[in-house]
Design a protein around this ligand. Structure first.
Ligand SMILES: O=C([O-])CC(=O)C(=O)O
Length: 167
């Protein structure tokens, strides 16, 4: 019998946290890209809409194993992350990027040692006006996520936890 994945084990091991909302399962709307199919880390939040200047600004800082959660308003009309930004994130030590929106350069990203999860892909680049808000609570598919919470992702799904959990 195949062993269960980290997110499934975390759910099984923490029914109380789940029932109290301390541990939440994100809506199963994300595709997995990037070579790291399983990743986790403390969350840094960003809210933008069809504009990725602030995505680059954040990823230029050392990631220290954190996960950037980009609330792109669910727009599928352009890409908020491409091969260059994913490479930057990998090189700056980010564990992963979650985009409630689209990415592009899927083939490039699939060769990078970083976790990338997004709604889908779109070859069109985004606006470059620099609009958005860093480090604010974001609503991803009906789940509120605060900076400093923990994200756990694997091919089964994505969890958000108020605190670090032992995997
Ligand atoms: O710069 C952009 O808009 C996104 C992109 O294509 C990349 O990261 O390579």
């Amino acid at each position: 019998m195949a062993s269960s994945s980290a997110t499934a084990e975390l759910c099984d091991a923490n029914p109380t946290l789940l029932s109290e909302g301390e541990l939440r399962v994100l809506a199963p709307i994300f595709q997995t890209y990037g070579r790291c199919r399983a990743f986790s880390g403390p969350v840094v939040t960003l809210k933008v809409f069809e504009d990725n200047v602030l995505v680059r600004e954040i990823l230029e800082n050392p990631g220290d194993g954190k996960v950037l959660v980009v609330d792109g308003g669910g727009s599928r009309r352009c890409a908020l992350v491409g091969g260059n930004l994913a490479l930057l994130a990998q090189n700056m030590g980010w564990a992963g990027i979650l985009v409630s929106g689209c990415i592009r350069d899927v083939d490039e990203i699939s060769g990078l040692d970083i976790g990338v999860t997004a709604l889908g892909s779109n070859p069109l680049k985004s606006n470059k006006k620099g609009l958005g808000e860093k480090h604010v609570p974001v609503d991803i598919g009906g789940t509120m996520i605060h900076e400093g919470e923990w994200l756990y992702a694997d091919r089964d799904g994505i969890l958000i936890s108020k605190s670090e959990l032992s995997v």
